[in-house]
Design a protein around this ligand. Structure first.
Ligand code: SAM
Length: 205
């Protein structure tokens, strides 16, 4: 397996708890496959969580991707839900770095990836369904490092998370599926989603 570079250009002002869990997961998985993870375009006041900073594959970067790859822009592939073609294993030869929007998913999608598209990087799609950022990196890794075609990756779309007999929530995204049919999510994410759902209910009371 050849290590690649995964760049998430952080497009939000702050780092929310969801993004933090996603970024820790991307860093851990990059560490496992000998690849690198850059979180770029960070505001000078951005505080890198200790758990993230401690993972050797991870680099916090104030510069944006345009500056980082100024002389090798054509080697950067933007993972773009509106890309004209889908990512394929052969793209491992075409690109060294894979660029993602550091944005939380939204429903309906607001196309904030357009901010990166406007910079002129070549784009590839990961199929027609919106993924979370860590899922998009995981799928890209399976395709370019693991040489698995997109269509052979097992997915689960819009899974329902059941918290107890009465409470559940549907996630409006596509995830990679484990052998027992569960969506792969960052460690601690289900608990966080449940906490946020409980908070929402408390706010309504
Ligand atoms: N609603 C979003 C938007 O405003 O563009 C999608 C954000 S998605 C949660 C975060 C990033 O994951 C995107 O910027 C893109 O790089 C990548 N991504 C997610 N789903 C994708 C797909 N189906 N094809 C290509 N890239 C995808």
């Amino acid at each position: 397996m050849t290590g690649k570079t995964y760049i998430v250009e952080h497009l939000d002002e702050e780092l929310g708890p969801w993004s933090e869990l996603e970024y820790i997961t991307i860093a851990r998985e990059s560490q496992e496959t000998g690849s690198k993870f850059f979180l770029s375009s960070l505001h000078p006041q951005f505080k890198v969580p200790e758990a993230l900073a401690a993972i050797p594959s991870f680099t916090a970067e104030r510069r944006g991707v345009e500056e980082l790859y100024a002389d090798k822009k054509s080697r950067v592939c933007l993972l773009d839900p509106q890309g004209k073609s889908d990512l394929a294993p052969e793209d491992a030869d075409n690109f060294d770095a894979f660029l993602f929007g550091g944005i939380l998913g939204d429903d309906p999608p607001r196309d904030r990836t357009s901010e990166l598209r406007a910079k002129g990087f070549e784009g590839r799609r990961l199929g027609p369904v919106q993924m979370t950022t860590d899922t998009a990196v995981r799928v890209t890794r399976l395709v370019v490092e693991g040489k698995t075609p997109l269509k052979d990756i097992p997915y689960v779309d819009f899974p329902e998370l059941k918290f107890n007999e009465h409470e559940s929530t549907e996630m409006p995204f596509r995830y990679v599926k484990t052998e027992d049919g569960k969506p792969i999510m960052p460690e601690g994410m289900v608990e966080l989603i449940k906490k946020d759902a409980d908070k929402g209910i408390d706010d309504m009371l």
